[in-house]
Design a protein around this ligand. Sequence first.
Ligand code: NAP
Length: 236
Amino acid sequence: MILVLGGTGEARELAAVLTARGEHVVSSLAGRLADPVLPDGEVRVGGFGGVPGLTAWLAGHRPTAVVDATHPFAAGITANAAAACARAATPLLRLQRPGWTPGPGDDWRWVADLAEAAAVVRGTAFLTTGRQGVGAFAALPGRVLVRCVDPPTEPLPPGATLVLARGPFTVADELALMREHAVDVVVSKDSGGHMTAAKLVAARELGIPVVLVRRPPLPAGVPVVGTVAAAVAWLS
Ligand code: NAP
């Protein structure tokens, strides 16, 4: 059995490929979304209970390997997976899509975290960083457009406009939304991948800056691959 720590498109893709090959896959979701897109194969939902809980789960279920295919910004579960797999002597692979790189015409400003992003934005900001941590922007003085999948529980800036939507988004969608709300700056995590990259193209076309939050570092000593195909090759 292979445990896939999920919550991403890559995790679903990996579960689909492995299941189609006849592998027993258990995908684990944190349970953050009200209506998640479910992967193929077996699914478990909810936290394990920190490193001790995940270590006990590994000891009880004895997967042949764990693939941590969680989001690049899900640093807590990634650290827990590294610690628990070391304790349980279970092979661990990190599957993480590459980050975005700017091209000609892009005006990107890199910041360390959401607080620094909130400090540098000016004018009408389009926040695409997800509902977790959106409270960092609660005191923004300008107009704010917030887009996430489920409604945030953290406080939003006064007068913020909330758009509930799940990607993928097209460049045309993004251009229309950003024009409608007269967006001056886009705020994003360096999530990478194609599902949510259209906002970066739209920002370039509109000639507006993007504030990008850098990824947290990966745990030392864990092999990393950037594609589902490379993860499948590592597993076999
Ligand atoms: P996190 O801060 O790294 O994790 C916090 C806790 O949530 C973990 O300690 C663990 O609880 C539980 N958890 C997280 N992912 C889990 C999983 N796949 N299966 C079981 N438990 C999990 O995580 P997060 O940033 O809140 O992200 C939660 C989930 O949303 C992840 O699966 C991630 O792939 C997905 N996601 C995150 C983002 C983002 O920007 N952070 C964006 C898109 C999708 P216990 O300690 O109790 O085990």
